[in-house]
Design a protein around this ligand. Structure first.
Ligand code: FAD
Ligand code: THG
Length: 820
C-alpha cells in the first residue's frame, strides 16, 4: 500500500502532481477542488500559457524544459497541449539587447538552444513587428504555448487511468491531524483520510496554509490580459484549432507580451500599478465559465491605455484593431519571485507547491513527487524551498511589499548585485552606525544590511601599490563596484581589516545528545576536545551537499554551528531526536561577529586581552571564550578570507563597543573596515566554496572539491555515508574548476556559460577580480579531466573571454598565512 495522498487544487500544478505520483506507483491519490472540473476557475483556467524557458535560475529553466517536453507528449482527442511556436524577446533599447545576450548565455549553458538575431530576422520570424523600432531579439525555438486547460484534462485522464480520483465542487475547510501529523482533509463534502496532503491551491495558498498555522509567503496580484479584435494580417493564417503560428513575443522594455489567438492577438501587461487582491473580494466558484472565474476581475481600461499605444507602435498592424475584451487575472507573487515548495515545519505530511507558473508546473510537480517518493529531488531546490526565507520575510507586510516590487520588476534588467529598494534597514548589526559613518555601501540579504565596501577607504586608493591597482571595468561589472574594494583587499593581505560577520547564521546546539546528533548529520568527527572547531558537510542520502558548516565545541554538550541558510536550521530542527536530549536555537539575532583578519591581526587583538591569542595558545580551527577590553567574547581562529585572525563573537549589547575598541586599537596598524566585495574576492583566491552558488545537493563532495571534509574513517553512521562511499573520488565526471582570465582584466560575475572548443560545456558559479593575484578569477562546473593550463572561453554578453584552467587554490596553498 502506498500512502494516501490528497492534493488540494486541480489546476496545472495539482493535476501534474497527480500524474507524477501515479506514474511512480503512488496510486492512492485524490485531487479535490472547490471549483467544478476541469475548468475550476483558478489561474490555470484563463492562463494564456506562454512558456519562455530561460530565466536567471538554472533550476527554473530545467523545470520549464521538462514542462515543454511533457506537454508536447500530451494531447486530448487530437488537440495539442503544447504548440512549439518558439519564443522571441525583442529589444528596443541597447540595455535590453545586451541583456538578451546575457540571457542567451544562460540558455545555452543549460541545453536550451537560443540565438540573438538581428532586426531583419526578428521581422522574418514575426512579420507584425515594426523593423525600425527594434534593435534585435532573442529567439528560442523550443519555447511555445501551453494549452493549460487541455493539459489539465490530459493529465487528469492519465492519472485517473492509474487509479487517481478527482473530485470537484469540494472545498477544503480544515486539515485533520493527530500527533503532529495530517490524517486527512476536512471539506464541505466530508472528511477525506490522508497520510500526505499537498496544497496546490495557487494564489489561495496563504489561506490554505493558515489551516495548519503555516505562513505561506505569497501575495495574489491582478495582471492585465487583453484580447484585440480581428487583426487583418492574421486572417486565415491559423484557424481556431492551431491558434498560433508566430512565436510568442515579449516587448520587455514596455512590460508587455503577445500571442496569437487565431486571428486575434492576446496582450499581457506588467506595466500597470500593482493590484493586490483580497480573496474575499473575488467572485465565487459557483458559476464558473470561460469568462466568469474567481481568478478573473473586470478589465480596468485606464490601466491599459498607454500599453495599447505601445502595442500599436511595436505592431503597426494593430492600427486598425481595438481592444475587444480583457480581464485582470489573478496569480501569485513571492518575495523573490521563486515558487514555494516544501513541508510544514509543524504539521508533518502537509506539503505545498504554490506560486508556480504554467511554465514550471510539470518540473515543479516532478520535483515534489521525487521529494515525496524518493526523499530528494534531482534538482537543486534551495531557491524554491518555502523554508528559504527567514521568519521576518514571511510576515504579511514584508510579503505584500516585496511581492508588489517583484511585479514591477518582472521584466526589468536586474544586476546580480542590485539590492531591493524596500523594505530596508530591517536588520542591522550593532556596528551599523559606525559603518554608515564610514560610508558603507549597503546591499541587502534576508533583511540584513551588509556593507559591500566603504567609501572611507577611498582616501587610500592613491596609496595603492601599482600591483594592487585594478584595471578599469566595463559598465556592467563596474556597477556596485568601487576602487575601495582593492584597498580593502590590499589591507587584509598586508595589514588588518574588520569584517562584519553578523548576518552569518549561527545556531546553538545543546544537550546531552548534541554531539551524537551532529555526528549523525555531518561528514566529520564531532567528538573532539572542547575548543575544537570542525569544517564539515551535511549531505543528503544520495551524497549531495546539503550545506557546509563550521561546528565549534564550546562545552561538552554545547556547540556553536555556523550555517548557510534557514534551510540548514530547518533541517537540523526536523532531525531532532524525540527524546529532548538536544535543542537547536538560532542565536544570530542576539549576537554579533567581527572577523579580524590580516597579518597584523594578532598585533591588534593581543594587547587588548589578557587571554592567550598566540599561535600556540589558540591554534588554527580552535575556539575559546575570552575577554577583549573587558568584553566577553567567543573567538574562533578561522578565516574565510584566508588570513591570520579570528571570528570574534559577542552578544549584541557589547557589539558597538567591541567595534570601537578594535577599530581604535587598529588605527596605528592601518586597520580598515572591509566589505563583502573584498570578502568574496579573497575567499575565491583561497578556493573556499560558497554553498548555493558553487555547490548544492546536485553535487557530491568530491566533484565540489570538498572530499577532504568527508571523514568516514573517523566515525560511524552518518547521513549520506553509503552514497559517498560508493563514489570513486577520481572517477567523477564533472568538477568545480578554477579559471583565471587570460587578459587579466575582463571581470565576469557568475552564471556565464563556459565554452570548450566553442561548445557550451558548463557555467560559472562565482567570480571576482582576484586583487592579490591581479587577475579576474572564476569557478565553473566543467567536465572533469581538464588539465591545468587548458584553454576555455567564458561567454560574457556577446563576447568570448579566453580563460585558463588553474591549479587551486590560487593563493597560499601551503596555508602559511593562516597557520602562524
Ligand atoms: P490554480 O490554477 O489557481 O489552481 C489552484 C486550484 O486550487 C484552483 O482550482 C482552486 O479552485 C483550488 N482551491 C483553492 N482553494 C481551495 C480550497 N480551499 N479547497 C479546494 N480547492 C481549492 N503562467 C505562465 O506560465 N505563462 C503565462 O503566459 C501566464 N500568463 C498568465 C496570465 C494571467 C492573466 C495570469 C493571471 C496568470 C498567468 N500565468 C501564466 C500564471 C499561471 O496562470 C499560474 O501561475 C498557474 O496557472 C497556477 O497554477 P496552479 O495550479 O498553481 O493554480
Ligand atoms: N564562518 C563560520 N561558519 C561558516 C562560514 C564562515 N559556515 C558557513 C560557511 N561559512 C562555511 N564555509 C567555510 C568554508 C571554508 C572554511 C570555513 C568555512 C575554511 N576552510 C579551511 C580550508 O579549507 O582550508 C578548513 C580546513 C579544515 O578543515 O581544517 O576555513 O565563514 N563560522
Amino acid at each position: 500500500m502506498t500512502p494516501r495522498v490528497v492534493i488540494i487544487g486541480a489546476g496545472i500544478v495539482g493535476t501534474n502532481l497527480a500524474d507524477e505520483l501515479t506514474e511512480r506507483g503512488w496510486t492512492e491519490v485524490t485531487v479535490v477542488d472547490q471549483g467544478p472540473l476541469p475548468l475550476t476557475g483558478g489561474s490555470t483556467s484563463h492562463a494564456p500559457g506562454l512558456v519562455f524557458q530561460t530565466t536567471g535560475s538554472k533550476t527554473m529553466t530545467a523545470f520549464a524544459t521538462y514542462t515543454v517536453e511533457k506537454l508536447k507528449s500530451l494531447e486530448v482527442d487530437g488537440g495539442w497541449c503544447f504548440n512549439q511556436v518558439g519564443g522571441l524577446e525583442v529589444a528596443t533599447t541597447p540595455q535590453r539587447l545586451a541583456d538578451l545576450h546575457r540571457k542567451q548565455g544562460w540558455a545555452i549553458s543549460r541545453g536550451v538552444p537560443a540565438a540573438v538575431v538581428d532586426p531583419e530576422e526578428c521581422v522574418r520570424l514575426h512579420p507584425l513587428l515594426d523593423r525600425d523600432r527594434i534593435l534585435g531579439g532573442l529567439h528560442t525555438p523550443t519555447d511555445g504555448l501551453a494549452k493549460a486547460t487541455r493539459a489539465v484534462v490530459a493529465l487528469t485522464r492519465r492519472a485517473e487511468s492509474r487509479g487517481a480520483r478527482f473530485q470537484g465542487n469540494t472545498q477544503v475547510t480544515g486539515i485533520a491531524r493527530a500527533g503532529g501529523r495530517v490524517t486527512g482533509v476536512e471539506t464541505d463534502q466530508g472528511v477525506i483520510d490522508a497520510d500526505i496532503v499537498v496544497s496546490c491551491a495557487g494564489f489561495w495558498g496563504r489561506e490554505l496554509g493558515t489551516l495548519v498555522g503555516m505562513r505561506v509567503p505569497l501575495i495574489p496580484l491582478a495582471h492585465q490580459y487583453a484580447h484585440t479584435s480581428q487583426v487583418p494580417e492574421l486572417i486565415g493564417r491559423n484557424g481556431a484549432d492551431v491558434e498560433a503560428r508566430l512565436p510568442i513575443l515579449r516587448h520587455q522594455d514596455a512590460d508587455l507580451y503577445y500571442r496569437e489567438h487565431d486571428d486575434h492577438l492576446g496582450i499581457g501587461s506588467y506595466a500597470h500599478r500593482p493590484m493586490p487582491v483580497s480573496i474575499s473580494d473575488l467572485p465565487g466558484t459557483v458559476d464558473v465559465s470561460e469568462s466568469t472565474q474567481p481568478s478573473m476581475l473586470p478589465f480596468t481600461d485606464s490601466d491599459f491605455a498607454a500599453q495599447w499605444e505601445q502595442s500599436q507602435e511595436l505592431l503597426p498592424a494593430l492600427a486598425s484593431a481595438k481592444v475587444e475584451t480583457g480581464f485582470n487575472g489573478v496569480f501569485s507573487f513571492t518575495p523573490d519571485g521563486g515558487p514555494l515548495i516544501g513541508e510544514s515545519a509543524d504539521v508533518a505530511g502537509f506539503w505545498i507547491a504554490e506560486a508556480v507558473w504554467v511554465t514550471h508546473s510539470s518540473g515543479v510537480a516532478r520535483a515534489v513527487a521525487q521529494l515525496l517518493v524518493d526523499g530528494r529531488s534531482e534538482l537543486d531546490l534551495h531557491g524554491c524551498d518555502v523554508h528559504r526565507f527567514d521568519e521576518v520575510e514571511t510576515a504579511d507586510a514584508y510579503v505584500d511589499e516585496t511581492g508588489q516590487q517583484n511585479f514591477r520588476e518582472v521584466y526589468d534588467v536586474i544586476h546580480p548585485l542590485q539590492p531591493k529598494l524596500s523594505p530596508r534597514e530591517l536588520r542591522t548589526s550593532p556596528f551599523h552606525d559606525r559603518q554608515r559613518e564610514l560610508g558603507a555601501l549597503f546591499l541587502e540579504s534576508h533583511g540584513w544590511e551588509r556593507p559591500h565596501w566603504y567609501e572611507a577607504n577611498s582616501s587610500l586608493v592613491r596609496e595603492l601599490p601599482a600591483e594592487w591597482r585594478e584595471p578599469s571595468r566595463d559598465g556592467w561589472s563596474a556597477m556596485f563596484h568601487s576602487p575601495c574594494v582593492a584597498v580593502e583587499a590590499w589591507k587584509t593581505r598586508t595589514a588588518v581589516a574588520m569584517y562584519d560577520m553578523t548576518p552569518l547564521r549561527r545556531l546553538e546546539v545543546e544537550g546531552p545528545g548534541a554531539c551524537a546528533f551532529l555526528d549523525r548529520l555531518t561528514t566529520g568527527k564531532m567528538d573532539k576536545s572542547v575548543g575544537a572547531v570542525t569544517y564539515t558537510l551535511m549531505l543528503d542520502e544520495a551524497g549531495g551537499v546539503r550545506s557546509d558548516l563550521t561546528v565549534a565545541r564550546l562545552a561538552t554538550d554545547r556547540f556553536q554551528v555556523g550555517v548557510n541558510s534557514n534551510l540548514d536550521t530547518r533541517y537540523l530542527l526536523s532531525e531532532l531526536p524525540g527524546d529532548r536530549s538536544v535543542s537547536v536555537r538560532d542565536i544570530t539575532g542576539g549576537t554579533c561577529c567581527i572577523g579580524v583578519w590580516g597579518p597584523r591581526a594578532r598585533d591588534l587583538v593581543q594587547p587588548l586581552s589578557a587571554d592567550d591569542f598566540s599561535h600556540e595558545g589558540l591554534k588554527f580551527f580552535r575556539a575559546t571564550q575570552a575577554h577583549i577590553a573587558g568584553i566577553p567574547v567567543t573567538a574562533m581562529r578561522l578565516s574565510y578570507v584566508g588570513e591570520l585572525g579570528w571570528e570574534i563573537y559577542t552578544s549584541a549589547e557589547y557589539g558597538r563597543k567591541l567595534w570601537d575598541v578594535l577599530y581604535d586599537a587598529g588605527r596605528p596598524l592601518g586597520v580598515v573596515a572591509a566589505g563583502r566585495a573584498a570578502f568574496n574576492s579573497l575567499r575565491l583566491e583561497k578556493g573556499y566554496r560558497s554553498w548555493g552558488a558553487d555547490m548544492s545537493t546536485e553535487h557530491d563532495p568530491y566533484s565540489a572539491g570538498l572530499g577532504f571534509a568527508v571523514r568516514p574513517q573517523t566515525k560511524g553512521k552518518f547521513v549520506g555515508r553509503a552514497a559517498v562511499e560508493a563514489i570513486a573520488p577520481d572517477a567523477v565526471t564533472r568538477r568545480l574548476t578554477c579559471l583565471t582570465v587570460d587578459d587579466r582584466r575582463s571581470v565576469v560575475l557568475g552564471h556565464e556559460p563556459v565554452l570548450l572548443d566553442g561548445e557550451p560545456a558548463g557555467y560559472v558559479t562565482s567570480a571576482a577580480f582576484a586583487h592579490t593575484l591581479g587577475t579576474p578569477v572564476a569557478y565553473a562546473w566543467l567536465p572533469a579531466g581538464l588539465e591545468v593550463g587548458s584553454g576555455v572561453e567564458i561567454q560574457y554578453f556577446d563576447r568570448r573571454i579566453p580563460a585558463t584552467v588553474a591549479a587551486e587554490p590560487l593563493f597560499d596553498p601551503e596555508m602559511s598565512r593562516i597557520r602562524r
